[in-house]
Write a new protein. Structure first.
Length: 149
């Protein structure tokens, strides 16, 4: 795997790791910042299924779940031949800081630079929304609602 095809993103969230972890693993809380439907079973082998924009399902399975510290799950898009379900890997580490949590995301296994660029944009958008929700703010309606690409 080429290192250039890895999405890396870090953001500070003004909430403790347990609150951020809940926003990543509780279906109702996921919908505060991303998606219109969510079905997740945060345990190794458990389902990860989120209708991210109301028009596009991300699907995979959890590989690693360390409560309040780390998540890893396979990831891909239903109906996609380019990034099919389970074809890439999302790893999220939550590092406690004095005034909140450092969210460190790594998304590997993407097939090309175009997909990498699209996922860089997507993760930036949704991590900003996660940060707002974790801080107790309403991120508002998702401007990407209905987006298919």
């Amino acid at each position: 795997m080429q290192e250039t095809l890895v999405v890396r993103r870090e953001t500070h969230v003004s909430a403790p790791p347990a609150a951020v972890f809940a926003l990543l693993t509780d279906p109702e809380k996921i919908l505060r910042w991303m998606g219109t439907e969510a079905e997740v079973e945060p345990k190794p082998g458990g389902l990860y299924l989120v209708n991210v924009t109301g028009a596009r399902f991300a699907r995979g399975s959890f590989r690693e779940v360390v409560p309040v510290h780390r998540l890893a799950y396979s990831f891909g898009w239903d109906g996609s031949d380019v990034v099919p379900p389970g074809s890439s890997l999302v790893e999220i580490d939550l590092v406690e800081e004095a005034d909140g949590t450092l969210v460190r995301l790594t998304h590997s296994g993407l097939p090309d630079a175009e997909q990498c660029a699209g996922h860089v944009e997507g993760w930036a958008h949704y991590l900003d929304r996660l940060s707002a929700a974790a801080a107790g703010r309403d991120p508002g309606p998702d401007p990407w609602h209905g987006r298919t690409g």
